[in-house]
Design a binder for this molecule. Sequence first.
Ligand code: LMR
Length: 333
Amino acid sequence: MKISKLLIGLFAGAMSMAAYAQAPIVIKFSHVVSVDTPKGKAAEYFAKKADELTKGKVKVEVYANSTLYKDKEEMEALQLGAVQMLAPSLAKFGPLGAKEFEVFDLPYIFSDYDALRKITNGPVGAQLLGKLEAKGIRGLAYWDNGFKSFSANTPIKTPADLKGKKMRIQSSKVLEAQMRGIGALPQMMAFSEVYQALQTGVVDGTENPISNLYTQKMHEVQKHLTLTEHGYLGYAVIVNKKFWDGLPSDIRGQLDDAMAQSTRYANQIAKIENDTSLEKVRASGKTEVYTPTKEERAAFVKALAPVHKQMESRIGKDVIQSVYKATGFDPSK
Ligand code: LMR
């Protein structure tokens, strides 16, 4: 009797070990934007590729639109291991102590996606990701969104039009300096709260790539959008380092492959998604979309240029210079 009980126990134990061995590894991937954005689509694509390439051994659960965590919480959750993967915007790494990432926020520092690619695909980008290791985070890739434009309830043609306006920003000191540089009043706020803040007048305006503005319906509560394209917004895809290093190496290799394919996809669709969103904003008729003249754009460039020098001590002069050098940006022009 005793022996048969023992055998049953051993059998049950072996069965549950087998079940355990077959249970997929779960990666929780949390983000704050809509599924219908460059990041939202790329996250879904990664989940699909990870499933395919690992033959179901890894299951990526994507939580979009701040359903799991908001901006600040998600960073903490990643470090604690409550979530394994995120793709925060590059403007959100300052509070972690990785202030160098704010170089991406400097106004007009990238003339286009090609200039940016010289950083994200080159040694400067790799060095920046390397700085996250000390925080228990591994940086896997850079994913694009696009160039930000200002919106408000009053027309914006010159920098002076934003004077005294309360403008929502992400958690970046460079963005704070940028808004102060044009006399606006920066209000730092989680992405999930922006729509309501605009609707209720807690803030007067904001800055977004159009894909974010449109998918959060911000154009319904902003009467004016001016295509200033004064700054870049993109992402670093990051994982909890301990979790990542602890994966079986064959699975990690397959996930690296899935990430490389997803990065190509993300960076292929980003501009198209933003262009499509702009068309939809125009078609909605809810926001007046204004394209600044060459002279008006030059006035924004001039008003925001001092932010580069002001932020040297925060970002590091060497980091800023290495970006100028790689992209060919000339601050005297
Ligand atoms: C924002 O807070 O405006 C953006 O970082 C949101 C996002 O993830 O694109």
